[in-house]
Design a protein around this ligand. Structure first.
Ligand SMILES: NC(=O)c1ccc[n+]([C@@H]2O[C@H](COP(=O)([O-])OP(=O)(O)OC[C@H]3O[C@@H](n4cnc5c(N)ncnc54)[C@H](O)[C@@H]3O)[C@@H](O)[C@H]2O)c1
Ligand SMILES: O=P(O)(O)OC[C@H](O)CO
Length: 335
């Protein structure tokens, strides 16, 4: 029997000890199930094992003693499934160092790789051809999941039996996966909402009002839909938890690191200063130029994404970017 056909997944590992990897590991370990988490930082490993906390990336969350951390990727073998929660710019290097195996890999990061224009599953297919893959994505602030607050999420895998088996294993009374076979739709939704959250943060930081934010969410969703449909995503995925759901969450809260980065840009602070020395990620800052370039190459119109890319690169000022967006020719809403 292959892993894809397994009906139960009991032993999970988590690759990545940032806020989201730690929250997912805690979700699975909360009732005492053993969960092994790989973290890159020795101080994170030490704090999880000795104090059952991750003060660097998930301060305030008490972790289960059955969650243990390691800095040795080689020990992540013999498990039933691995949740991969490494920011996309570092993903390829970490995957290349993972031990071989047949445990399915569940990708939880939201972004597109520079240079290759690859999403996580594309990278994984190159490194682990033939292995089972899934995508877990949706409106999920890590601290809320760690605190046991109600959350719903998309779990997509090409193989419906794998999606259903993983959904059963990950579901908790307060954590509800909805299954799908549309991995590319789930990946595109998560990557593009990060960029649009920066845009909404800019509008907030610049004091441009709530009408402007609603317009950005709506027209940003049109960009996500154009890009997604061109790459074979299903409209229902983009309108679901991994797309519109996550867009609404992160475009309306400064708990979103992407929205908060945008607020700083909107107040006139420089992207370079806002990005310097930060330990946490705002993936949209990495992804914006990549998605904008991919869209240009495929002649997909994404003016908001393009503006965010130029603002993050320091190539334009907020007032000029807003003026450029507002002075575009009038057009039918469906385009
Ligand atoms: N935080 C959330 O609420 C949340 C929710 C859903 C999805 N995500 C996504 O999960 C992914 C991880 O985000 P996070 O919030 O857990 O991270 P984080 O911002 O809390 O921490 C940064 C992470 O990056 C890692 N990192 C930094 N430099 C690295 C390197 N050179 N090589 C490998 N790893 C390196 C750190 O070890 C750490 O795990 C991102 O794609 C994010 O968009 C986050
Ligand atoms: O803090 P952000 O902007 O990375 O958003 C976190 C999650 O992606 C929300 O679903």
């Amino acid at each position: 029997m292959t892993r894809d056909c397994m009906t139960s997944f009991e032993k999970f590992g988590v690759v990545g000890g940032g806020a989201w990897g730690t929250a997912l590991a805690q979700l699975l370990a909360a009732e005492g199930a053993p969960v092994r988490l790989w973290a890159r930082e020795e101080d994170v490993v030490a704090a999880i094992n000795a104090e059952h906390r991750n003060p660097l990336f998930l301060p305030g969350a008490a972790l289960s003693p059955s969650l243990t951390a390691t800095s040795d990727l080689g020990t992540l073998s013999g498990l039933d499934a691995l949740l991969v929660v490494v920011p996309v710019p570092y993903l390829r290097a970490v995957l290349a160092a993972l031990p071989a195996g047949d445990a399915p890999l569940i990708f939880c990061s939201k972004g597109m790789e520079a240079g290759s224009f690859d999403f996580p599953i594309d990278i994984a297919r190159e490194i682990f051809p033939g292995r089972g893959f899934a995508v877990l994505s949706g409106p999920t602030f890590a601290h809320e999941v760690a605190a046991g607050l109600p959350t719903a999420i998309t779990l997509a895998a090409e193989n419906p039996a794998l999606a259903e088996g993983l959904a059963r294993a990950l579901a908790r009374p307060h954590f509800r996966p909805y299954v799908s076979t549309d991995m590319i739709g789930a990946e595109i939704g998560g990557a593009i909402k990060n960029v649009l959250a920066i845009a909404c943060g800019i509008v907030d930081g610049a004091g441009l009002g709530l009408n402007a934010r609603a317009a950005l969410i709506s027209r940003g969703f049109a960009e996500m839909t154009r890009f997604g449909l061109a790459r074979g995503a299903l409209a229902e995925t983009l309108a679901g938890l991994a797309g519109l759901g996550d867009l609404v969450l992160t475009c309306t809260s400064s708990n979103s690191r992407n929205f908060a980065l945008g607020q700083g840009l909107g107040r006139g602070e420089s992207a370079a200063v806002l990005m310097a020395d930060r330990r946490t990620v705002a993936e949209g800052a990495f992804s914006a130029p990549v998605i904008a370039a991919a869209a240009r190459a495929d002649a997909i119109d994404m003016p908001i994404t393009d503006a965010v890319a130029r603002l993050v690169a320091g190539e334009t000022r907020v007032a000029d970017a807003i003026q450029a967006l507002l002075s575009r020719p009038l057009r039918p809403e469906g385009r």
